[in-house]
Ligand binder design. Sequence first.
Ligand SMILES: [Zn+2]
Length: 461
Amino acid sequence: MTRITFHGAAETVTGSKYLLEANGTSVLVDCGLFQGRKDLRERNWHKLPFSPKSVNAVVLTHSHIDHIGYLPRFIKDGCIGPVYCTPASEEIGELLLLDSAKMQQEDAEYANKKGFSKHKPALPLYNEYDVKRAMRKFRTVQRDEWFQAAGPFWMRYHDAGHLLGSSMIEVEVREPAKTTRLLFSGDVGRYGAPLYFDPQPPPACDFLICETTYGDRDHKPGSAIDSLQKVVLDSIARGGVMVIASFAVGRAQQLMYLLSTLLRERRIPEIPIFLDSPMAVSGTKIYQYYAEEHDLIEGLNCTSADAFDMQHIHLTRTTEESKRINSHRSAAVIISSSGMMVGGRILHHLKQRLPDPRNTIVLGGFQAEGTRGRALQDGARSIRVHGQDIPVRSAVVEMTELSGHADRGELLRWLQPLPPPKTVFLTHGEVPSASAFADRLRQTRSWNCVLPRMGESFELD
Ligand SMILES: [Zn+2]
């Protein structure tokens, strides 16, 4: 008998952790950090209801922090691994986990300085040493090949088209009496997205664990490149600076690809473009290395070799270079992280650019509850940055076309060829989104849908 327990991404988008147990063997699928609202972030500090020592292997769908960000702590607390993922996921994972450790160390130092932590002294959840120790547990696996994660758990990766290396996981629990088949969607990408191949069709399964980030809405129609061209031209017409809040790995590279294509095809004039994120610069190197994994949009005048045009894009690594951008007064594009504006260099750009109506702030993807990005999306008149209230007078543009997540229509399209599973567990969505998607699947396909609660367990029979 196989059992699944939902220890994260249940009734919320972050903290993905799904524990599988069969025949005395345990495997954890994803080991994500809770992000966004304070009560969610505090969960990262709760003791897990199972011991990391009891887990025989961890298998990762992709390297976003809400899927891997708890891993260094999990290893530190006694899990002896191994940790399986695709080769690109390992490289991106190391980059993002080191950054996560740095941010947590900074948060702990800040809390100690201000004296507002309940813990004395405030400690980071993990540090760079813990990340390095976790990285030693990594074992890479190519897509489309079965591998034995532990005991009866056999797994196979398929391209999910959401991030370089991202995959859905097909699972076979091979027990003497029977084999149970599961499918973890991971995060499902978009059809026709810049740089990524379309998500692979889902293999048949008895139990489906499906994400519902956008289960209740569709993205704006139209292509990302046309919409980006329009936003850049509008921003130039107003004489302002355009700041794009972007994840440093994934969206930043898509933006570079699209902007360099627009420049090459002379669809936008030659204005300065700054990639102001040292991590995005490192992320671009990883994307360049895995050139064969890019699906370049048909008809766009570009090859893998020049997908990221370094000639026209200024990469800023040092703080001094970054500060110099502040004095830039004419039309320009600044790509900076973090994507939901919870930290990073973008905060300085917000302070500088939000109060001027000529400027444009672009939100490029999902904005979790409790983040500055969500506040701007919801029309806040001012937001708090570094203890100061900054008035929002600039234009704020949402470009959902840049989202890395399938919308409702694309999730339905992805699921179209799948024969009915016995049960579909809808996860990785806020409650309204997951329940709207459940209703849709019940009405249109008569599927048996369940919205698991945090910590809830199910026997998969
Ligand atoms: Zn993701």
